[in-house]
Design a protein around this ligand. Structure first.
Ligand code: NAD
Length: 301
């Protein structure tokens, strides 16, 4: 991809941290920020412009939904964040209305646009964006359990002293309370990860991963850096067409919902969905996650 234009809709904590992460990389040509709060958005752009003095080849500008629709990649972070104690699913009613109006307000959309949903509950809103955008499903995915997967890999890394990227394990299903760890297929250099830990320790690692966002939100009100890093990683996979396998929230035909599974990501978005061969308990948990997501979708569409 030529040096791309990336639009970010929602210039709040996650949107601006993502913009800041992306401007550290000179291969991005333009970043367009869109927010209903134009004053805040202008202030963020002015602030970001101070960070551009070492990178004069990237521009950050304010835009409207119609401008975002003509970008190469659009990242949607607009909407309410969780308050302490709220689950991601608690945000559904309010954020469904916001995402529906944004996607409808973007029309007509560049047919080659890749859309990355971030707003929670991300799995359901990825599905909603697929329904209203008119884009092929493989061009829309959610930034979901890549973050949880990185959290889990980092926890394991600290215990076995191996780089997180050398640990082959995925967090799948819902980016939320019904997430599922693929322990049965998890390996380090071909050795089953289960050989390194007792069952109780595996359960504890999964719980710490699931609860991490709640703990950060309880302390500081929002999460930003991990998700921004994951979004930048997705963007690089698209821009450089690396065909990296990463967990994404994408349409899984077998369950007729969007949820998180490993997928090959390239310039055109999702190129292959690769569901690991899970054991019976993990498969049942994945199906249960799909049932929960589907029951929420039924209340909307
Ligand atoms: P925030 O409140 O700081 O920012 C949200 C921004 O959206 C605000 O600036 C607001 O003005 C804007 N906005 C609201 N309605 C809009 C509209 N119709 N058009 C344009 N802009 C609009 O919240 P945040 O902390 O940045 O979180 C944003 C979303 O990202 C939340 O839903 C949060 O749960 C989600 N999130 C997802 C992940 C993930 O891993 N997927 C991680 C962290 C946060």
């Amino acid at each position: 991809m030529k040096r791309p234009t990336i639009a970010i809709i929602g210039a709040g904590t996650v949107g601006v941290t993502t913009a800041y992460t992306l401007i550290q990389q000179p291969h991005v040509a333009n970043i367009i920020l869109v927010d209903i709060n134009e004053v805040r958005c202008k202030g963020e752009i002015d602030d970001l412009s101070d960070a551009l003095s070492f990178n004069p080849v990237t521009q950050v500008t304010i835009g409207a939904l119609k401008d975002a629709a003509q970008a190469d990649i659009v990242i949607i972070t607009a909407g309410l964040p969780q308050k302490p104690g709220q689950s991601r699913l608690d945000l559904l009613d309010a954020n469904y209305k916001i995402i529906k109006s944004i996607v409808q307000g973007m029309q007509p959309i560049n047919p080659n646009l890749i859309m990355i949903m971030v707003t929670n509950p991300v799995d359901i809103l990825t599905y909603v964006a697929q329904q209203f955008s008119g884009l092929p499903k493989q061009q829309i995915f959610g930034s979901g359990t890549l973050l949880d997967t990185q959290r889990l890999r980092s926890l394991i890394s600290a215990k076995i002293n191996v780089s997180p990227q050398s640990i082959e394990v995925f967090v799948l299903g819902e980016h939320g309370d019904n997430q599922v760890v693929s322990w049965s297929t998890a390996t380090v250099a071909g050795k089953p990860l289960a050989q390194f830990f007792a069952k109780k320790e595996l359960d504890n690692l999964a719980k710490q991963t699931r609860d991490k966002a709640y703990n950060i939100i309880a302390c500081k009100g929002s999460t930003a850096y991990g998700v921004a890093t994951c979004i930048a990683a997705y963007c690089n996979t698209i821009i450089f067409d690396t065909k990296t396998i990463v967990p994404v929230s994408c349409y899984v035909q077998q369950f007729d919902v969007c949820m998180n599974v490993p997928a090959v990501i390239g310039q055109k978005g999702i190129e292959q969905v690769l569901l690991p061969s899970l054991d019976t308990q993990e498969s049942t948990s994945l199906q249960n996650a799909a049932v929960v997501l589907k029951s929420h979708i039924k209340t909307l569409l």
